[in-house]
Ligand binder design. Structure first.
Ligand code: ADP
Length: 374
């Protein structure tokens, strides 16, 4: 406190503290405990569109709207009396024209030579309200765009799904020889057509699930399921993949019959993704295992591989959508889009669980799904 700090900038201008206060970019008013205004700065006069000299001697309540007056008497004034200050109070002043002027006020009770004053600074919040409105509009527009994106994705995935089903269906018929004998080369091409259409169907599913998760529209059921049963279903799907890739597979349950509280289809989707990745990123001769055990009120299902591993600085990023360790190679050779882990983690979290990863480059990785024990 004490004297105001003022720098003499040597330009001969005779600036005083009261000049600065008069022109400060916020309204300032000082009044006695009985409400009589003893000082009002020019900025406040400007805010209210009145001559400040007219304000001096008037009651502070005169520059308030009726509701603000009630608020002043029941809250503002008692607060200052009790605590000596009031901060970040929304107030509505009444301009000379009668128009409301919204301000944010800080007030403090001061006592100089026995005279009590209430000093109050006021910042106009006209701009802030405008920004809030703009933010609200932007939020509504974003929500609208999100809903439109969801409709578009559902429509596209539906419209692509039907012809894709027909493509693989006709390929099946031709492979069965329904349209006549096919040569070995033709059969190989037909199998490729089927393989690619399955791959595209999988991508469509991923895009749709991801869009749902983004829109907060992901639904999961909660039931008691044994981990063995889900792992068995997943194994039946991935076993040929491991065999073709020359990877040894083992399941190592801590205890048979362990159950989790989860959506069995969603858990299957997560494990399919983790085992699919393990087979994609583990070279021939490597090993993949699935282990599960209880840890307090959780069951942890760990998928471990002896594959290429993931650099430490990318361990958190790979859970972000469209992130791949080696984008060029992974997207083309491993047929991925970088959505699998993002979806898996969303699904795990929707079931009150999570997925974590540990990895050493060149040695392998362990992805662990934790879920509530049943
Ligand atoms: P996708 O497999 O479709 O590329 P994911 O989200 O499932 O997408 O995985 C993201 C990336 O994380 C992969 O492209 C790969 O670079 C890396 N990754 C995932 N699992 C493994 C793993 N078991 N070993 C090594 N890298 C992995």
């Amino acid at each position: 406190m004490g004297k105001p700090a003022l720098l003499d900038d040597g330009d001969g201008a005779d600036t005083t503290a009261s000049d600065l206060l008069a022109q400060a970019p916020c309204g300032f008013v000082s009044f006695r405990e009985d409400g009589t205004i003893v000082y009002a700065n020019a900025t406040l006069g400007h805010l209210l569109g009145v001559d400040v000299h007219e304000l001096v001697g008037q009651s502070f309540e005169r520059i308030l709207t009726v509701p603000a007056r009630i608020f002043y008497q029941t809250h503002f004034f008692p607060l200052i009396k009790l605590h000596g200050r009031a901060e970040e109070i929304y107030f509505t002043l009444r301009a000379g024209s009668g128009a409301p002027v919204h301000v944010l006020a800080n007030a403090a009770r001061t006592e100089v030579s026995g005279a009590v004053r209430i000093d109050c600074v006021m910042l106009r919040i006209h701009e802030r309200q405008k920004y809030e409105q703009e933010l609200l509009h932007a939020k509504k527009a974003a929500e609208g765009a999100n809903a439109a994106k969801m409709r578009f994705l559902s429509m596209v995935s539906h419209d692509l799904r039907t012809p894709l089903g027909a493509i693989s269906g006709y390929a099946d018929l031709m492979l069965l020889g329904v349209r006549g004998e096919v040569t070995d080369a033709q059969a190989q091409d037909l199998r490729r057509i089927k393989e690619v259409s399955y791959f595209l169907l999988g991508l469509l599913d991923d895009i749709l699930t991801f869009a749902r998760a983004e829109a907060g529209a992901l639904t999961v059921s909660r039931e008691n399921v044994t981990v063995d049963s889900v792992v068995a279903r997943v194994e039946a799907i991935v076993a040929p993949q491991f065999e073709t890739a020359g990877i040894a597979y083992a399941r190592e349950p801590d205890r048979a019959g362990l159950s989790v509280c989860a959506d069995p289809d969603r858990l299957q989707q997560i494990l399919l993704n983790l085992l699919g990745n393990a087979s994609k990123f583990t070279p021939s001769g490597g090993k993949v295992s699935v282990r599960w055990s209880v840890d307090g009120d959780r069951v942890r299902i760990a998928v471990t591989d002896t594959g290429r591993g993931i650099p430490a600085e990318l361990l958190t990023q790979i859970f972000e959508p469209f992130v791949q360790v080696n984008r060029e190679i992974d997207a083309r050779k491993q047929k991925g889009m970088g959505l699998g882990l993002a979806i898996s983690r969303e699904l795990a979290r929707a079931m009150q669980g999570d997925i974590t990863v540990e990895s050493v480059v060149g040695q392998g990785s362990t992805f662990t799904v934790s879920l509530p024990a049943a």
